[in-house]
Design a protein. Structure first.
Lengths: 59, 246
């Protein structure tokens, strides 16, 4: 295990590379999901406002 | 004719929204499996390189990140051109959705390249053709995003940023051929070269898995982001009401 982490002396270059790759992948997934959630939330709110306006017009 | 109808239907926002939503797991699940398997292969099963030792394992994140940053830029520029010429909003949405993805992978490529360059070349950075043109790619993404956010009006943001994306395409072949045009510290191409890949299958297969996995991940991320863009753009469309009720 220690040998694997050491990477033939290159561990301090290899592991930060993989760590950053994991961070970039996770950031991409997280930010895309957050964007979709926000867009859906805004669309729902707009639809609700439009619906209540329509109700008021009828009343 | 049939193709055109299909294309026309797909470019209609509600239809695209549904189709793209269904496609996400078909891209995301194989992407996850390929990336996990490719990284495992690259870190564990692939033998150490005879010249570079264990440091060469950085290739399994560096090269796919480089590929994705370029492919993403081409997608962005072509989508921007399509949006500009045929005034298809969905194309602009795809271009806008691609920029942050591409920027993040361009950055990953630069930093992992630096981490690889330090032990192999003895320097973190060198102003040579490959490294400089890749840095310009990263700045093009940032410039594109900054330009978009400078406009309140989406239509104007779409047009102005599309022009920037198209002009920036000049940089793509420069990145690709830079290692042949100029004396570079950067090594030449390993996979796509005359005489076939310069790697045994035990090294090559995990690398190809990472390439495929990153590409599919881009497809999944682009689907999610374009869907969000569509929701944002179709402010008053009646089909959105169904979402409000659902």
């Amino acid at each position: 295990m220690h040998e694997f982490m050491n990477m033939g002396g290159y561990g301090r270059y290899v592991w930060p590379s993989y760590g950053l790759a994991a961070a970039v992948l996770l950031w991409n997934i997280w930010s895309a999901m957050r964007l979709q959630r926000q867009a859906l939330e805004h669309a729902r709110r707009r639809a609700a406002i439009a619906a209540s306006d329509a109700d008021r017009r009828i009343a | 004719m049939a193709t055109w109808t299909w294309f026309h239907k797909l470019s209609s926002p509600p239809h695209f929204y549904r189709i793209a939503g269904k496609m996400i797991p078909w891209y995301a699940i194989p992407a996850a499996l390929l990336i996990v398997a490719g990284i495992y292969g690259g870190l564990v099963t692939a033998p150490a390189d005879y010249q570079q030792g264990e440091a060469f394992r950085i290739i399994y994140v560096h090269a796919p990140a480089a590929w994705l940053s370029l492919m993403c830029y081409m997608t962005m520029a072509i989508a921007a051109a399509v949006g500009l010429i045929w005034r298809i909003k969905l194309a602009h949405a795809l271009a806008a959705a691609s920029a942050p993805i591409g920027a993040s992978f361009a950055l990953l490529c630069l930093v992992t390249g630096s981490l690889w360059g330090r032990p192999m070349w003895g320097t973190w950075w060198e102003w040579d053709g490959r490294l400089t043109s890749q840095l310009i790619l990263f700045f093009l993404y940032l410039g594109y995003m900054a330009l978009r956010s400078a406009y309140d009006d989406l239509t104007r943001a779409d047009r102005a940023s599309a022009v920037l994306a198209i002009v920036g395409v000049v940089n793509v072949p420069i990145i690709h051929f830079s290692v042949y045009w100029w004396n570079s510290l950067h090594q030449g191409s390993t996979v796509i070269r005359k005489g076939g890949p310069a790697m045994p299958p035990s090294m090559l297969i995990p690398l190809l898995m990472c390439f495929a996995g990153f590409t599919l991940l881009y497809a999944a991320l682009a689907c999610v982001r374009v869907r969000a863009e569509v929701l944002h753009r179709e402010r008053n469309a009646s089909w959105l009401k169904e979402l409000g009720q659902g």
